[in-house]
Design a protein around this ligand. Sequence first.
Ligand code: NOJ
Ligand code: NOJ
Length: 706
Amino acid sequence: MNLRRFSFALALQLVCLACASLAQDFKKQVIYQIVTDRFYDGDTSNNNPSQSAGLYDSTKTNWHAYWGGDLAGIQQKMSYIKGLGVTAIWISPTVDNENNNLASSGVSAPYHAYDARDFMRVEEHFGDASNSWTAFDNLITAAHQNGIKVIVDWANNHSNYNGGGEYGALYNNGTFMASDTSDPNGYFHHNPDISNYNDRYQLQYYTLSALEDLNQENATIDSYLKTAIQQFQTHGADGFRLDAIKHVTWGWEYSLANTVYNNKPSFLYGEWYNNTSGDAMYHDAYKFANKSGISELDFGVNQAMRDVFGSGNNFSELDSAISTENTNFTWQNDLVTFFDSHDESRLLTINNNNNRLHEAMAFLLTCRGIPVILYGDEQYLHNDTNSGNDPYDRVWMSSFDTSTTAYKLIGKLASLRQSNDAIAYGGWTQRWINNDVYIYERKFYNDVVLVAINKNNSSTYNISGLNTALPAGTYTDYLGGLLNGLGLTVQAGSGGNNPANAFTIPANSVSVWQVAAGEPGPAVGSIGPTVGQPGMAVTIAGDNFGSSAGSVTINGTAATVQSWSNTSITFTVPNVANGMYQVQVTTASGIQANTIQFTVLTAKLIPVTFTVNNAASTNNGDYIFLTGSTIELGNWGTTFDTAVGPMLDPNYPNWFLNVSLPVGITVQFKFIKIASDGTVTWENGSNHSYAVPSSGTGNVNVSWQY
Ligand code: NOJ
Ligand code: NOJ
């Protein structure tokens, strides 16, 4: 081979591997959420397209109409976005939406884009009248040139409104598939609207607010949705925000994630509303986040932040929300945190006080998790009609001022996330708290960030007895006084507790003190994805891996290293037995890093629906679970967290559940009853067995063995 050509090919490959590894470590990103229709009109020719004419309101007074924002508009504002310091944008669903007017008088249109009609095409109001990919491709190119990743909102629970408009009509690249009134192949569930949000069967199989509910277990729909999301990856989407994941068949979503990660590196986070610790489905929510490979929007922190910075509640509420979640969520630094979204009133509507907004932003950007800033918050936009609830939170982006305090604040803290690993990878320690003051520390080896917030409008407090892991020395406020912060002096102490000199914390202030002293040796802070089968590419991020490749092993078996840099390693999952392991990185000079958890699947996943007829009788709070011979079936686990389930019983005493299973493998399984007190009852007889097909979907139907 010609050497010149060889090295060119190699260089190309290295460039791509670098993109791949960056795509998987989202903990260093700050996400900017854009409601595409409300951001900027970059192309007036798509404002009133012929196939959906009349849905546009140039006066921007009908909040239910399209206002003209589009993909070209986001592209044209790329330097504003980059200047803000954010490194990723999350845009509205981009697929072709419902074309008809949903109102009998006036106009109601899916400007928010959660009413899909064709997942294979781009919405004409956002792109062009031929539903082509041009505007999307141009946006991706511009974003990537500016170092900005693009996260596409992906609403695959449903098509569109089933009571009017197009009656849920679904198309495959322009070809009609089915609608609510014409569905011979069972592409939709056709159940009533969800009425009980504590019923697992209703959540997944009933209809969410009259939105025609897709049947993901149908082989055609399964393949349609997976082909469609891969098409967006092919066009450059770096990640997906999965809409309404509590309402899509939970087991199926594991195979969706597996499909996405096999196609291309990505990051997935879902909207599990409401994964706060008080919710009846909280345990299901964190079990899903811990196992599926799909992270979640953090509604616990969202609620607590709104209460504390909006409604004046005490900081203890936020402190306890974080510590509870940190106990339950394995991948807590991957949780996607936010205090405002397109679905709730803006913080400034709850409390029209810019100080509280700034403090909330500073908290969000230094909290554990991947932060989302809602467009317009940096311009202090809010409309308080109807308490600022949807749609009045989806304001027109009327100002692009780069000199606001919020704009500068976001930039400073986004760059701290790049330079100090404690923010992205570190642990969390509360250091000092009262009703108005919260001092917390993030720490990753010798990288430390200490943040002190006083949210009282007039009271100062004397802070004494504060300990920190910051080494002895004097620290200036990293924010340079932007939010009234001050310096700190620390004395030498022991055991990671160095006493800070007492000080008076100013009212309305945030101080950030930090040291990026690095790590004494190789340090792993991240892995993504967290689950995958042999052959899948996985990226580890951290620091001090060295410039020459060392090794990555899983259960003693070496993985093929695809790329290796001082801060990022991409490897191929080696051929080891399925199971949950600790991944070991060792540098070229033989120094071992800390380990990190990874789940090795048996093979690629497809969805299989299990039914067990006439199962053991249960009382309230007892459930039937499935357990079996591979990690996908819980490796014979018998607890709520390790077995697969709870199964669903709309046809009690028959139970069913959709599960994602490894293709081409014969699995052994049994059904168990887990009583509300944890007592386990096994069905009798020998294990059932099932040969999982090599593609498509599967079905198993057996009777409980007495
Ligand atoms: C949650 C979205 O965030 C919301 O805006 C949307 O209307 C529903 N899911 C339905 O897609
Ligand atoms: C133990 C159970 O008692 C049995 O019924 C089951 O078949 C095995 N685990 C799995 O091999």
